[in-house]
Design a protein around this ligand. Sequence first.
Ligand SMILES: C[S@@+](CC[C@H](N)C(=O)[O-])C[C@H]1O[C@@H](n2cnc3c(N)ncnc32)[C@H](O)[C@@H]1O
Length: 212
Amino acid sequence: MPKDAEEHRKDATYKKAKREGYRARSAFKLLDIQNRYSIFKRAFYILDLGSTPGSWLQVAKKYAELNLTKHNDKYYHRHHYKIMGVDLKRLSPIEDIKIVKMDFTSPEFQVEINNYFEGEKLDLILSDASINKSGNKFSDQARQIKLCLNILELTENLKIKGNFLVKVFQGADFENFYKKMKQHFMVVRSLKPKSSNKKSNEIYLIGLKKKY
Ligand SMILES: C[S@@+](CC[C@H](N)C(=O)[O-])C[C@H]1O[C@@H](n2cnc3c(N)ncnc32)[C@H](O)[C@@H]1O
């Protein structure tokens, strides 16, 4: 049976990810978002929530390394980067990245953040975290929004003017969550990356410049 266009596209991006050394196709979603909104600009301290298998961490490391030389000027700059990835599932190590296996909604996770970043605020928080889908679009969407509300609380760790990216599912509570984001960030945008499955209701919200 011939594959539909979506399957062809998925195959092609999968092969491209393998060629470019990424652990998953989702790397291209993050690269799409970066190309549009430059969320990695001057990002040295980065937290990635829901990281397994680790392609977003690979992208984050690439930009953090680039920033060490690219933005070495009188404006905000650090001489090193710190990146932490967290997931419930096992994640194979990536050199120079701190990997934590735990539920990031647990209070213990805040202790991990404090210890690793030594109380310093972060430049960027990424979340591609997703609930385990049950197949019921309504309850899945509500559960994903609940997870996103937990994630939004973690932006307490962001510096003023820091950036935030989070995966949401479109549906009933989406508008409310969007409004909540607006309370915390000067600019909020939504984007469905080109490499995202057209049939899924996933969408990414980008919060630029955390408010004072
Ligand atoms: C779509 S995958 C992430 C893919 C990743 N961005 C990449 O590019 O390789 C979503 C991940 O979120 C994780 N996750 C969901 N809820 C979580 C939680 N409360 N704590 C930690 N990880 C969670 C899942 O275990 C899953 O591995």
